[in-house]
Design a protein around this ligand. Structure first.
Ligand SMILES: Nc1ncnc2c1ncn2[C@@H]1O[C@H](COP(=O)(O)OP(=O)(O)OP(=O)(O)O)[C@@H](O)[C@H]1O
Ligand SMILES: [Mg+2]
Length: 365
């Protein structure tokens, strides 16, 4: 295992400038952050009865998740409520210790817990939360929040006023002096989320983990914030994880889409392919419940119905085999016993699904 400091790649030219950021260096497609077999089980508080029966229950929130974030690319992580999306982001941000698997920053296994090592990691991997009002302190001004971000991560004594103005300009809050001395409650929801993004950029990260960054905003301003993130991705060469319920926005915003169900990844590939020709019955269900006028129909059988009445399974005793099988209209006997493996789908490279429907042996039957 390597510390964050060891993992740190050589700084890019000009990375000491507030406006630069390490993301500005390094080639496109370079791997920044990887999860390999990432697993998180939350222990459940034990009842007296469990002490006698020696039962150790746990919420199987995330099991065996693999994902790769590359510079200049957005990966969407899509799934219904409780599927483990936020837990994946929090594990990647090292806010929770993991139960199993690995997190690699530039190829080096990384596990940090508080203190200086955590700050060094957080300066490279920043999180943006769903609720900007909760993530900004109501008693402090925007100037305070941004100054703190700059100081914590890069105490390089540059021109602070210029750095603050630069951060606000980057998120299109201009002229900066109009916003610097405001309090969070004096801004609109969209402006607050822009401040939260500016604060994350103050750390000059290489990766942004955006956990439902627009789902609390009015529909009319969501696109503006997503466009801002896309623009930042391109200009700063950032690697972005975009967590969402909304698979239609994944198609619009993300290069790659991963679908998660009950703690496990069930399908992945480039966003266009996953959203237009979904393979896994769960992905089809997600798409059927989020109408998209552009969707290609004809080559995908519509799902008849959700057999489980839309109920997510218990994660303390998750279903055996494929976790989706109790709800799946295409379930076969082996789906309730055998864990499906990833299978390449069709002729689009990189499109895969973990579903027995695509197992050659099953298809040949
Ligand atoms: N700290 C915790 N302790 C115990 N269980 C937890 C904890 N955090 C999350 N869980 C459980 O882990 C599972 C996954 O939760 P998570 O918040 O990652 O889902 P999510 O996909 O982000 O959902 P949402 O879309 O509602 O935000 C849920 O069953 C949740 O109850
Ligand atoms: Mg969540």
């Amino acid at each position: 295992m390597t510390s964050v400091q060891d993992a740190k790649a050589s700084p890019s030219p000009g990375s000491s400038a507030p406006s630069g950021g390490p993301g500005a260096g390094g080639g496109a497609d370079e791997v920044v952050l990887e999860a390999i077999g990432l697993t998180k089980h939350f222990p459940v508080r034990r009842k007296l009865r469990d002490l006698f029966t020696r039962t150790h229950n746990a919420v199987h929130a995330v099991d065996d998740v693999n994902l790769t974030l590359r510079r200049g690319r957005v990966v969407a992580l899509v799934g219904e409520s409780g599927s483990g999306k936020s837990t994946v982001a929090r594990l990647l941000a090292q806010l929770y210790p993991r139960t199993g698997g690995d997190i690699r920053l530039h190829g080096a296994s990384t596990r940090v817990k508080g203190g200086r090592a955590f700050r060094a990691y957080a300066s490279r991997v920043q999180m943006i939360f769903q609720d900007p009002f909760a993530s900004l302190n109501p008693i402090h001004t925007i100037r305070y929040h941004l100054t703190r971000a700059l100081r914590i991560h890069h105490n390089d004594g540059g021109d602070l006023d210029a750095a603050l103005a630069d951060l606000l300009t980057r998120v299109s809050l201009t002229p900066p002096e109009r916003y610097l001395d405001k309090f969070p409650h004096e801004l609109s929801g969209g402006q607050r989320q822009r401040v939260a993004i500016a604060r994350a950029l103050g750390a000059r990260p290489e990766a942004l983990l955006a956990d439902e960054p627009v789902s609390m905003l009015d529909v009319s301003i969501r696109l503006g914030v997503l466009n801002l993130l896309r623009d930042l991705k391109e200009r700063l060469n950032l690697a972005i994880l975009y967590i969402t319920h909304d698979i239609a926005s994944a198609r619009y915003f993300a290069d790659e889409t991963l679908v998660m169900y009950a703690g496990r990844m069930v399908e992945g590939g480039d966003s266009e392919t996953v959203t237009q020709t979904p393979a896994h019955p769960y992905t089809r269900l997600l798409i059927d419940s989020a109408p998209d006028p552009d969707r290609l129909t004809g080559d995908v059988d519509p799902l008849e119905e959700d057999r489980g009445n839309g109920e997510p399974p218990s994660l303390i005793h998750p279903p055996t085999g494929c976790r989706f099988h109790p709800r799946c209209p295409a379930a076969m006997p082996r789906c309730s016993t055998d864990l499906p493996v990833r299978v390449e789908i069709g002729d689009r490279p990189g499109h895969w699904a973990a579903c027995w429907l695509y197992d050659n042996a099953e298809v040949a039957k």
